[in-house]
Design a protein around this ligand. Structure first.
Ligand code: TRP
Length: 332
């Protein structure tokens, strides 16, 4: 039997180049050798967007389209929608007892999201505990591998803790250890140089971005603020254009030469930005084209998600039944 992948995204907007580098590329490759389940985590998205379920509902299709556009093959991978599987939330409820509030408050990703969203005293319990629901997503499929961006590593760590605690408490090796798999290139910064590319920060390049927009966004990219004249020596470190070239330009040797030239002086930002625009267009153009093909029949894409959800639900329901029987609940 093939090893199992469970991974996915919150549907809060179309996916961007950060997702592509961090996880989508891996998922396209790994679907050949793994049984892959892709969760569109609409219920998780509710934990910080509970006032806007319509936005989330609309983005389910956007994320599904992005998956298909990058090359997720629905005959190899199963795309499903989290809210269609009530058993996931049943598992979550039991898992909530296997983790402390203090441990959840220490989760670095949750911690920085809480700070970013200014929840303060109004922090919804659902938001604080979403890592537990994510653990249920993963464990209910007995996943071996989770290809995600590195900001998700703390979730995998918590998943393994919950699994271990379950196995220990109920004296059965039921859940196995799961591994996170990061992208081949660390975390992609935003076009403004901020640590993380994110649609809500307004610093992202979408996978469906039109050419003119790519050009505009590359023009705006943060370079070296002290590199005022072409002849001035420039700095490569922290220069977002070089970061993106490192991540996307297939000609690594040429990038090395360009870096040397830039450091010496005599190489303008314009030339580099032109090169990057072309490099990104080469990545995005085929994705954009496939996306518009799939977008011609949105009903078919949604049907695919529904069918995937039915298939995924069977897997989850089996796990949850076994889980309850191991715990000795629901069978009085
Ligand atoms: N937390 C992920 C995100 O922010 C989405 C997600 C939900 C997920 N459940 C998952 C990712 C399980 C990997 C595995 O986009």
């Amino acid at each position: 039997m093939k090893p199992i992948i469970l991974t996915g995204d919150r549907p809060t907007g179309p996916l961007h180049l950060g997702h592509y580098i961090g996880s989508l590329k891996n998922r396209v490759i790994l679907q050949e050798t793994h049984k892959q389940y892709l969760i569109i985590a609409d219920a998780q998205a509710m934990t910080d967007n509970f006032k806007d379920p319509q936005m989330i509902r609309e983005n389910i299709l956007e994320v599904a389209l992005d998956y298909l556009a990058v090359g997720i093959d629905p005959t190899l991978s199963t795309i499903f929608v989290q809210s269609m599987i009530p058993e996931l939330f049943e598992a979550t409820f039991y898992f909530l007892n296997l983790v402390t509030v203090a441990r959840l408050e220490r989760n670095p990703t949750v911690k920085s999201e809480i700070a970013q969203k200014n929840f303060e005293k109004n922090l919804p319990a659902g938001f604080l505990t979403y890592p537990v629901s994510q653990a249920a997503d993963i464990l209910c499929f007995h996943a071996d591998l989770v290809p995600v961006g590195d900001d998700q590593n703390p979730m995998i760590e918590q998943t393994n803790e919950i699994a271990q605690r379950f196995n220990h408490l109920y004296q059965k090796e039921f859940f196995k250890k799961v591994k996170a798999l990061g992208g081949h290139y660390g975390r992609l910064p935003g076009i403004d140089g901020k640590a993380k590319m994110s649609k809500s920060l307004g610093n992202s390049i979408q996978l469906s971005e039109p050419y003119e927009q790519i050009k505009k966004k590359v023009q705006k990219m943060y370079t070296d603020p002290h590199h005022l004249h072409i002849d001035d020596p420039g700095q490569v470190e922290g220069n977002v254009v070089f970061t993106f070239l490192d991540a996307f330009d297939p000609d690594a040797e040429e990038i090395l030469r360009l870096k040397e030239h830039y450091r010496r002086g005599g190489l303008g930002d314009g030339v580099l930005k032109q090169r990057l625009t072309q490099v990104l267009e080469e990545v995005i153009a085929p994705i954009r084209a496939r996306r518009s093909e799939f977008a011609k029949d949105k009903g078919e894409v949604l049907r695919l998600c529904r069918k995937g959800s039915e298939e995924a639900r069977q897997v989850v329901a089996t796990t949850v039944t076994e889980m309850k029987s191991i715990m000795g609940v629901g069978t009085f």
